[in-house]
Design a binder for this molecule. Structure first.
Ligand SMILES: [Zn+2]
Length: 392
């Protein structure tokens, strides 16, 4: 997801964040509604009132999307999927999950929960629009009608079978139920999602160049779907290749460790230069791993700092970067610390380093498995093989 989000609230124990891009979108919505939509709907409206209605509409839309995401998140939590955060960003919301659904029925319930909430919200605005008394000011009536319209659009947009949108998740759960293979279902749903994205880009572009600027929105949404579907397919492939693979199977050995008490200057001369590796596990006096140090970290210091600073102070000491020999590689790949540092120390039962596992090791296997896996008959691969043949 683009950019870092700013945490704004915690609702039902789930943190809610807003991407800085969302603030740009709120401004854009306020501007476009205030400059054209409300003045067209309400004749003689004061510009300041039109912009105020634009801002109110953007904030109500924000609340509608938040309700939609909570629909997903609360159902997910009831089915044992941990929700890390809800992010509002460019085109709506995203519930960030720590893990995936365990079976297709859970996925289906999770996918439908958001649109169900949106349907209820749209229904509520429809009822309000119907029961408004005759003398209601036009501003209120138009505001309510706009929310009804935008929630109907939100409902329809999310149910497009374009993975990873909700409709695409519904599609994936149905494919998954039929094939009992989540990876291949994800792959197929992502392919269909990407196709949808390209159609939207083409359609939006055509509209835009025919003199309808709204077409640009469709094209942007199309780009988003193509990119997101690609990322999901990649994630599914990585999961399929690495789940059930132990860290010890992929790590590089033998391993040379740097004592935590050494100065950085000693580490450079006695380890980086002498052994020519780009990173080393860092160990305490008992020989147990406490972190790792890379040549880039040493290079970031001046010669004087290297003489003074200890390896322990400079080392990456995130506990996520120290893993047992039996650690599942697909699990390690989900750790933010591993994504950031690109390396982890593999230790034995006593905590002593037995190898280093780097992102390069992972990429090597991924490339080999892509070659080995390419189906010549266009058929689905079996879920049981999981691409593991490439590793042994
Ligand atoms: Zn949704």
């Amino acid at each position: 997801m683009p950019g870092r989000s700013i945490r704004i609230a915690r609702i039902a124990g789930i943190p809610v964040g807003v991407s800085p891009l969302w603030l740009v979108i709120v401004a854009l919505i306020t501007w476009s509604l205030g400059a054209s939509y409300f003045p067209e709907e309400i004749h003689g409206i004061e510009p300041v009132v039109a912009y105020a209605l634009g801002l109110a509409s953007a904030i109500l839309l924000f609340a509608s999307i938040l309700a939609h995401e909570f629909g997903h998140a609360l159902v997910a939590r009831r089915h044992g999927i941990e929700v890390e955060e809800i992010d509002l960003w460019l085109l709506g919301g995203v519930s960030r999950m720590r893990n995936e659904a365990h079976d297709p029925a859970d996925e289906l319930r999770y996918a439908l929960a958001g649109p169900a909430v949106t349907a209820v919200v749209a229904g509520a605005f429809a009822v309000v629009a119907l029961v408004l008394p005759g003398g209601t000011p036009a501003t209120i009536r138009v505001l309510v009608e706009y929310q009804l319209l935008i929630n109907c659009l939100l409902f329809a947009f999310n149910l497009m079978p374009a993975f990873p949108l909700d409709g695409g998740r519904v599609l994936r759960s149905l494919l998954w139920r039929r094939s009992h293979d989540m990876a291949s279902a994800t792959e197929r749903a992502a392919r269909i999602g990407r196709g949808f994205g390209y159609v939207l880009i083409a359609f939006g572009g055509l509209e835009f160049f025919s003199g309808y600027p709204e077409g640009l929105w469709l094209a942007v949404i199309g780009f988003f779907i193509v990119a997101a579907a690609g990322a999901q397919a990649m994630g599914a492939q990585i999961n399929a290749v690495f789940s059930g693979v132990r860290a010890a199977e992929l790590m590089s050995t033998p391993v040379v460790s740097v004592p935590a008490r050494a100065t950085v200057a000693q580490a450079v001369s006695e380890f980086f230069i002498a052994h020519r590796y780009t990173s080393f596990p860092v160990v305490d006096v008992a020989g147990r791993a406490v972190g790792l140090i890379s040549i880039g970290q040493a290079q970031s210091l001046t010669a004087e700092q290297r003489e003074r600073e200890r390896v322990f102070e400079l080392a990456e000491r995130d506990p996520e970067l120290i893993v047992g020999e039996d650690e599942d590689v697909s699990h390690l790949l989900e750790q933010p610390a591993f994504a950031r540092v690109g390396r982890a120390v593999v230790v034995d039962g006593t905590g002593r380093p037995v190898g280093l596992l780097s992102i390069t090791d992972v990429q090597r296997v991924l490339r080999a498995s892509a070659l080995a896996d390419r189906p010549s008959d266009g058929g689905a691969r079996s879920g049981g093989a999981r691409g593991r043949t490439a590793i042994g």
